[in-house]
Design a protein around this ligand. Structure first.
Ligand SMILES: [Zn+2]
Length: 243
């Protein structure tokens, strides 16, 4: 995972630069997107064992990543289908007779072969949902058999460590979500009780709008930076982190 993170980091930074230059308005990074190079410090591995294993439509947790997060997703083994669809606001334009939201843009399917890198760019988690569809048939991989291994590389922000983020009435750190449903609040971020999202558990209902500066840092960023620095200075020197 560490070894692969080097070429992944290079490829992701190259693509972020290209995307800003060629696709974003005015050739500038998005509001709340980090201006710093993308440096992954966390990765998750998921295994899809056989054609039936899948994950439904969702967007990834922003709690530790902050707004406009970029995620690098490396696929190994069996090729599977990644689907994305745009999140629609609850306006009447898209409302069908039965009250559900119509899939105006449809869904997009992306084939993920062995050893491919998919980049979820800065607008992805707020504006799109993604899934891995169950497969009818798969081509076994010589090494992985029926399995697809997915390594996702992420950049956790030190200033979004639960030491710094708001706590709810239950006393646990809150989760960061982006409002998507109502047109008026769409795109705003909020800190919410984590328990509100655990099925069957009743949370305290804690809610607070989340504020970020243009670079996606929270109001306590300076304080967090000073505290992280103090902690690092207090640690015995291991000789590896010399500047
Ligand atoms: Zn709570």
């Amino acid at each position: 995972m560490r070894k692969a993170s080097v070429p992944v980091e290079e490829a992701v930074n190259r693509e972020i630069t290209r995307r800003i230059r060629d696709f974003y308005p005015g050739g500038r990074k998005l509001k709340y997107q980090s201006p710093k190079p993308w440096e992954p410090n966390t990765s998750f591995v998921n295994c899809y064992d056989g054609p039936k294993e899948n994950v439904g439509y969702h967007s990834d947790q922003l709690t530790y990543l902050g707004p406009r997060a970029v995620i690098g997703s490396l696929s190994l083994g069996v090729a599977r289908e990644f689907r994305v669809r745009k999140i629609l606001a609850e306006d009447d334009e898209h409302r069908k007779d039965d009250g559900s939201l119509a899939d105006a843009q449809g869904q997009i399917s992306i084939h993920l072969p062995h050893n491919s890198l998919l980049i979820m760019h800065a607008e992805m988690q707020e504006e799109w949902k993604h899934s891995i569809a169950p497969a009818l048939a798969i081509d076994p991989h010589p090494l992985a058999g029926n399995r697809r291994l997915n390594i996702t590389y992420r950049c956790y922000k030190a200033n979004l460590h639960p030491n710094f983020t708001p706590k709810c009435e239950c006393g646990v750190p809150t989760v960061l979500r982006c409002a998507t449903r109502r047109k008026e609040s769409r795109g705003r971020y909020m800190w919410m009780c984590h328990t509100n999202y655990v099925p069957g558990e009743k949370g305290c209902g804690y809610f607070q709008w989340a504020e970020f500066d243009d670079d996606g840092d929270p109001p306590w960023a300076a304080k967090a930076k000073a505290m992280v620095k103090t902690q690092q200075e207090a640690k015995p020197h291991n000789g590896k982190d010399a500047d």
